[in-house]
Design a protein around this ligand. Structure first.
Ligand code: TRP
Length: 333
């Protein structure tokens, strides 16, 4: 890690895979950021257990998520890629920060309200303090920038408030993290209800493309995509389904909307859907094959994540030691 580059921190839930929407909207842009910034990416397994997890699946999904980061272009030499539970500083700092966070602030978090409504039988304390751990993730590195989706904005805002309050009480110390909004991320909608965002948790499996779907599956899902009763490949208001397919096609081929309209002039939706399916499958093929190479090389992955956790801990331990001193703990060494 260098002195003059800004530091990006991001946490990724170990759900095993990304959707085409996550990929085109965000993940695809992470690789190129590595030259401009110091990047730290953590698979947030501590956060994952705030909802019930099957241990076998959690381990599997965590490994998959880790391999996928690399398959999507993150380089374990350039960036720090590790599992959150492997660096104990996250949980330790989280405790200290929880003592500068108010109960009332946490009750106002909309994700807590949503998740406790959804998991009414398991409203555990971890679900409640989730945003404090997230603040610790970020502040433990004094991160400058945090790439997040809109759903995490409130949590980042809270992290800034916690940092500010700590600074007021103990003297300037934490950097106030800024959200990093990627320049040109395409917004991808459901293939079945194109006014809704594409989501992995959609009940209809045809609504969502997963980046590890095989070619046949991808093409089949695109063939079933909802369109409209016209038969014209044209970007226009009210043609949500076609607009979405054109956005996807444009994102994977680099073609403009005009070029796409010209290419499919006089052709039916069937031809267009097939072309989109093939283009997406071809675009994702290198990710899929790199992923399957990596996931079968557990020894290599282990080397990477052990090294990642060590490098992460080196940064955060220095910060945590200073925090402990600031709050008045006796030096351990
Ligand atoms: N809460 C984030 C999400 O659900 C994941 C996350 C955990 C995170 N810690 C983070 C994101 C720190 C950015 C920075 O997507």
């Amino acid at each position: 890690m260098s002195e003059n580059k800004k530091l990006i921190f991001s946490g990724i839930q170990p759900t095993g895979t990304f959707t085409l929407g996550n990929y085109l909207g965000a993940v695809k842009n992470w690789g190129p950021l590595q030259d401009e910034y110091d990047c730290v990416y953590s698979i947030v397994d501590l956060h994952a257990i705030t909802v019930r997890q099957d241990p076998v699946k959690l381990r599997q999904n965590s490994m998959q998520a880790y391999a996928l980061l690399q398959a999507c272009g993150l380089d374990p030499k350039k960036s720090i890629l590790f599992f959150q539970s492997h660096n104990k500083c996250h949980a330790e700092l989280s405790w200290v920060l929880s003592c500068t966070t108010q109960f009332g602030e946490l009750t106002r978090m909309t994700q807590f309200k949503d998740k406790s409504a959804k998991h009414a039988d398991n409203i555990n304390a971890g679900l409640f303090t989730y945003p404090v751990l997230m603040a610790a993730d970020i502040l433990a590195y004094n991160a400058d920038l945090v790439p997040i989706g809109i759903d995490q904005k409130q949590h980042l805002e809270l992290a800034r408030n916690i940092a500010q309050r700590f600074n007021q009480r103990y003297g300037e110390f934490f950097t106030l993290p800024e959200p990093y909004i990627p320049k040109a991320g395409a917004k991808i909608m459901s293939l079945q209800e194109p006014t809704k965002k594409m989501s992995k948790s959609d009940e209809n499996p045809n609504a969502c493309i997963l980046i590890l779907d095989d070619k046949d599956t991808i093409i089949r899902k695109f063939k079933r995509a909802v369109t409209d009763s016209e038969a014209e490949v044209r970007y226009a208001e009210g043609k949500d389904g076609i607009n979405n397919l054109m956005t996807i096609y444009s994102a994977v081929t680099g073609k403009t909307m005009d070029e796409i309209e010209a290419e499919f002039f006089g052709k039916g939706y069937g031809d267009f859907k097939l072309a989109v399916g093939e283009a997406v499958a071809d675009h994702l093929e290198p990710v899929r094959s790199e992923f399957s190479r990596l996931i079968n090389d557990k020894a290599y992955l282990k080397e990477c994540y052990v090294d990642g956790a060590q490098r992460a801990e080196r940064i955060t331990q220095r910060i945590l030691t200073k925090v402990y001193r600031k709050v008045g703990f006796v030096d351990a060494k």
